[in-house]
Write a protein that binds this ligand. Structure first.
Ligand SMILES: C[S@@+](CC[C@H](N)C(=O)[O-])C[C@H]1O[C@@H](n2cnc3c(N)ncnc32)[C@H](O)[C@@H]1O
Length: 336
């Protein structure tokens, strides 16, 4: 049974695919090029708004990338790893470039990176896609990825990470009566590698920080830590939104390359355009369905270009500015 996702998941994976092609093209002179997928999922996904529409998962897109990656590692929980492996075997018979690593990626990443190092791959241009459902990722995993490459290498592994900021209490809106859930709180701290995110949470509850500002700060705190704790030269982000314009998650990209910044900025821009088009298509389809259900014939000619759905833009990107944190958050970081 394939999982169902909103249109933004297809946009996310199309953005990944576009970037990977540019990444391997830019890495053409390297003998080995490495792709790591920490939350690999399954080979096929379904669009929630169009159950007969499928789109391929990140593993398949990475394996199909041209110029090709030479080594790929897919991490997935035990319960799903076998079926992922079987499906990939069927689709890519005899392809020896990839391996599925079953289990919690946070537990297996160190061993996998050390094996790759012992194969002499720690010079390779390396891209990591990190696509959890919510806060299943540990900061220590990001730290291992950032220090994977040989100390003589000029750049660190590039990373595209999903930050599920709407899962943080009080932003989703579903937990306001329940207060702060300790399990969720612990996983958020493990994700950030610090409990300082709670300062943002407290400001939201006690001092009326707006949901929008809180989301911006959760994103900037993450970007700040990628840059100032892990040492990435630059981070970029795009906040993805659903059909009504409500935020769903943020994609955060970390790189040491100027070219990476330039390419991902344009990929994020394309993602904005694509989201706007899908949103308009969905609105148009709903309108037609409603007319159809009511047995009404549209009075206006729906094929008239003037009546075609207009793209609806909601996504916002941060592509060139530094993450600036307010003094109260900086001093909480300093006191850690
Ligand atoms: C959002 S889905 C990934 C979607 C996938 N990238 C794609 O393109 O279809 C998240 C996946 O991570 C897996 N997962 C959750 N926790 C994990 C962990 N600790 N280690 C490895 N995989 C995990 C889940 O089973 C799920 O398949």
């Amino acid at each position: 049974m394939n999982r169902e996702w909103g249109f933004w998941s297809e946009v996310k994976l199309d953005a990944l695919e576009r970037y990977l092609k540019r990444f391997t093209t830019a890495s053409r002179s390297a003998q080995t090029v490495l792709y790591l997928d920490l939350f690999a999922g399954s080979i096929l996904n379904v669009r929630r708004d169009q159950p007969n529409r499928t789109f391929e998962g990140s593993t398949v897109r990475a394996l199909r990338t041209e110029p090709a990656f030479t080594h790929l590692r897919f991490f997935e929980l035990e319960s799903k790893a076998e079926s992922l492996g079987n499906h990939l075997d069927q689709q890519f018979p005899g392809d020896e470039r990839y391996r599925v690593i079953p289990g919690d990626c946070n537990a297996s990443i160190a061993q996998s990176l050390s094996e790759l190092r012992s194969e002499g791959l720690d010079w390779s241009p390396t891209f990591a896609f990190i696509d959890p459902d919510a806060f299943e990722l540990s900061w220590t995993t990001l730290s291992s990825l950032a220090s994977f490459k040989n100390s003589q290498a000029r750049t660190k592994a590039e990373m595209l990470i999903l930050l599920s900021h709407t899962s943080i209490p009080r932003l989703a809106g579903w937990d306001s009566a329940m207060g702060l859930d300790e399990t969720l709180s612990l996983s958020t701290t493990t994700f950030y590698g610090t409990s300082v995110w709670r300062q943002i949470f407290n400001r939201r509850i006690q001092y009326g920080l707006s949901a929008n500002d809180a989301r911006g700060l959760y994103t900037d705190l993450f970007r700040h830590r990628l840059q100032y704790v892990l040492g990435y030269r630059q981070t970029l982000s795009i906040e993805m939104r659903n059909e009504r314009g409500s935020p769903v998650y943020v994609l955060v990209f970390a790189t040491d390359h100027d070219a990476g910044v330039r390419i991902m900025s344009s990929v994020f821009e394309q993602a904005r355009e694509q989201s706007a088009e899908y949103r308009a298509e969905i609105a148009d389809r709903r309108k037609r369905q409603q007319l159809d259900e009511r047995g009404e014939i549209p009075l206006l000619d729906m094929t008239d270009p003037a009546l075609q759905p207009q793209p609806i833009y909601f996504e916002s990107t941060q592509t060139d500015d530094e993450p600036v944190l307010p003094d109260w958050l900086m001093s909480a970081l300093d006191q850690e």
